[in-house]
Design a protein. Structure first.
Length: 97
């Protein structure tokens, strides 16, 4: 018999991607609990898209700050970047000219 299930602690990881030859996104912030809440809060304040991907954030949380993402995470991170850039494109096209 197991005890009551504890709620999972919120985790957040922020990535930065600068386009260029051989460039990969890198971890610029990562944390759990209150630190994760602050990362998400700052991202939203700055208009940075926030997406919840628990399995991906768990994998990214294992990386060191400023570390580029490893090749095995390229596809998952690329999907998130495509989603984020799609949101940005929608904002630009919806802006008055």
């Amino acid at each position: 018999m197991s005890g009551p299930e504890r709620p999972r602690r919120r985790r957040a990881t922020a990535l930065k991607y600068e386009q260029g030859p051989g460039a990969a996104p890198r971890v610029v912030a990562s944390g759990a609990g209150l630190v994760a809440d602050r990362i998400v809060e700052l991202a939203r304040e700055q208009g940075v898209p926030v997406r919840e991907e628990p399995a991906l954030v768990e994998a990214l949380a294992r990386l060191e700050l400023e570390q580029e993402i490893p090749p095995e995470l390229f596809v998952a991170v690329a999907e998130v970047l495509v989603w984020a850039y799609g949101l940005e494109g929608g904002r630009r096209s919806a802006a008055p000219r």
